[in-house]
Design a binder for this molecule. Structure first.
Ligand code: 5AD
Ligand code: FES
Length: 357
């Protein structure tokens, strides 16, 4: 009997244009393993209906760990003087993209800290070089920049941009992002969308001070803004941050958040994030079984990879580049799925994806 109650609520959430935050909170608070299973199965069916069985791959290159921000949770924040900083050269990036292409991957994610040393024209040149050599989609994830920079990079051929909101609660956001402005970040997301980027956002689950109500609002935020992709990962405390003594995020809660996000957003691309793979064990297979349809193998060259330590015990810090291909295939097979080697563009129907304005 109690199981059908969960099913009824899930159906209500799925069919509502604006789901009731109380219903989302109820699902997030479920503790009974059978009931949680029902949520995951429901989300898995929605994933199958709207995204199919393919698992899309995004090869990530973390090309600079310089950052002038001071996010309280992040291991590469400016105040961490214990890490060696690096910035990859244009040639190193292009060589790495070559390796990723030889693994049949068709999306590269260029990610960095908020690095004032990244000149807009330099990154434009990197994008142009990638585009002229390889048939591959370019996703940028370099934080808040001037609209002019976003425009320049879009014109150079970058199709996608990731900018996580981290939490959609303005007060909570302000409490852990000194010197940053929530409204400005929303402005960046708006600008990216209007420039025709396939836009991604996301949150960290288990941030200190975040409660279930906040997460329910985050899920509504995703639905309202109709993002093309959404990354959800658990908070992992880092020893060189002021959040070092805070409890880490719970894998179960991160998975429930992922499942609900699938149910409300239907066809958004949702990765089983690296953070989900970096807890006491690898929860990415569970993520793929409760809504996720994307994996992000790490192609950052080895000497740099361990320096991009946004949180400790990050997955795949020592595997040889390319080893990820076999690992992804294995994971997909174990789930009765397959690796999708296409570009896997946004599943949202919008005309501007092809426009270069
Ligand atoms: N735990 C989990 N995720 C984190 N991120 C940064 N620091 C942490 C942490 N300690 C996530 C943020 C950021 C992405 C690159 O990594 O969501 O946007
Ligand atoms: Fe670098 Fe937050 S610490 S953007």
């Amino acid at each position: 009997m109690k199981y059908s109650v969960v099913k009824t609520i899930l159906n209500k959430i799925y069919t509502s244009r604006v789901p009731d935050p109380g219903d989302l909170e109820f699902v997030l608070s479920l503790r009974d393993p059978e009931e949680i299973r029902e949520v995951f199965t429901f989300a898995d069916k929605i994933r199958e209906k709207f995204c199919g069985k393919g698992i899309a791959l995004r090869g990530i290159i973390e090309f600079s760990n310089y950052c002038f921000r001071r996010c309280f949770y992040c291991g590469i924040n400016k105040d961490n003087s214990k890490i060696k900083r690096y910035r990859m050269s244009r040639k190193e990036i292009l060589d790495t993209v070559g390796r990723l292409v030889s693994c049949r991957i068709k999306t590269v994610v260029l990610q960095s800290g908020e690095d004032a040393g990244i000149d807009a024209a330099w990154l434009e040149d990197v994008i142009l070089s990638i585009k002229s050599r390889f048939d591959i989609a370019v996703t940028l994830s370099v934080g808040e920049r001037e609209n002019e920079d976003y425009r320049l990079w879009r014109r150079a051929g970058a199709e996608r941009y990731l900018l996580k909101i981290e939490t959609s609660n303005e007060k909570l956001y302000s409490s852990m992002h000194p010197g940053m402005d929530f409204r400005h970040r929303i402005g960046c997301l708006n600008a990216l969308k209007s420039l025709g980027y396939q836009t991604g956002s996301g949150i960290i689950v288990g941030l200190p001070g975040q409660d279930l109500k906040t997460i329910a609002r985050d899920i509504l935020f995703f639905k309202k803004r109709d993002f093309d992709m959404i990354g959800i990962g658990p908070f992992i405390p880092h020893q060189n941050t002021c959040f070092t003594d805070k409890p880490g995020g719970d894998a179960g809660l991160a998975l429930k958040t992922l499942a609900l996000t699938r149910i409300v957003t239907r066809n958004a691309h949702l990765p089983a994030t690296t953070a989900l793979g970096s807890l006491d064990r690898d929860y990415r297979p569970e993520g793929l079984a409760c809504g996720a349809n994307v994996l992000m193998p790490n192609f950052t060259p080895l000497p740099y990879r361990k320096l991009y330590e946004i949180y400790p015990q990050k997955r795949c810090v020592s595997e040889a580049p390319g080893a990820c291909g076999t690992c992804m295939e294995k994971m997909a097979k174990g789930l009765g799925r397959f690796v999708d080697y296409s570009r896997a563009d946004s599943l949202k129907k919008r005309d501007q994806f092809t426009a270069h304005s």
